[in-house]
Design a protein around this ligand. Structure first.
Ligand SMILES: C[S@@+](CC[C@H](N)C(=O)[O-])C[C@H]1O[C@@H](n2cnc3c(N)ncnc32)[C@H](O)[C@@H]1O
Length: 216
């Protein structure tokens, strides 16, 4: 369990850094595993598709995204510690030829126009004060008909977390509207609920939304 005060934990979740970074990465993987599995199942990457994950931490769930033959994975991550750890993990798993993490920011993705078939962002919306520029940037890199899956905590649930004070919380209908304005059609929604420990080690009832959208 991470022994960090609420403010330090929040800063680490925003961008894992320093001595705690690797432990934070492992904690996020434990805490967010079921949500990531649900989001990856909804995104359903198929044969030969090129997937993009934004804010993947150490990319522990990349192998799940790479189950379809010939699929490729690119993770764009703000934290250099996560990029390094993630690329080591992908190499150890024998996936370095199909998957890589690059340093970068969701607001200016180092990715070519219309080059991505399927994009994923789990638990990263809280660090985007304004959704519009990021969703427009994701729309730029997705091909027409490409999918985006966003997974994020229900705003009421998130407000109950002691470490979410500085997080930007987004209501479900506001995210849907922002997706439409940025050039997506919303084509799927799931609720994800589980009772499990969070990054602060406290067990609680969790409530998330998963939205699937298609680039128009
Ligand atoms: C709370 S963690 C979630 C990690 C992982 N997606 C999961 O579900 O366990 C948020 C991650 O997004 C990254 N991040 C935050 N803002 C970002 C941005 N603007 N661009 C790219 N990555 C970002 C952070 O460095 C961190 O690794």
């Amino acid at each position: 369990m991470l022994m960090l005060d609420a403010r330090t934990l929040a800063a680490q979740l925003r961008q894992p850094h320093g001595e705690a970074a690797l432990a934070v990465g492992e904690s996020m993987n434990r805490s967010n595993a079921a949500l990531n599995q649900a989001a990856i199942a909804l995104l359903a990457v198929t044969t030969q598709e090129r997937g993009l994950e934004i804010g993947p931490g150490n990319a522990a769930f990349a192998p799940l995204l790479l189950q379809a033959d010939g699929s490729k994975y690119l993770g764009i991550e703000l934290s250099s510690a996560m990029v390094e750890a993630g690329n080591q993990g992908l190499a150890s798993a024998g996936l370095a030829d199909r998957a890589t993490l690059r340093p970068g920011d969701a607001h200016a993705l180092p990715v070519a126009n219309a080059s991505i078939d399927a994009a994923l962002a789990v638990n990263t919306l809280y660090f985007w004060p304004d959704l519009a520029p990021v969703l427009t940037e994701i729309a730029r890199v997705l091909r027409r008909g490409g999918r985006l899956c966003l997974a994020f905590g229900d705003a009421t649930f998130m407000r109950s977390l002691p470490f979410s004070e500085d997080f930007q919380l987004h209501e479900l209908d506001a995210v849907e509207l922002a997706l439409r304005v940025a050039g997506f059609s919303v084509c799927g929604w799931r609720a994800h609920r589980e009772t499990a420990a969070g990054n602060d080690g406290q067990r609680r009832d969790k409530h998330f939304h998963l939205l699937l959208a298609q680039r128009r």
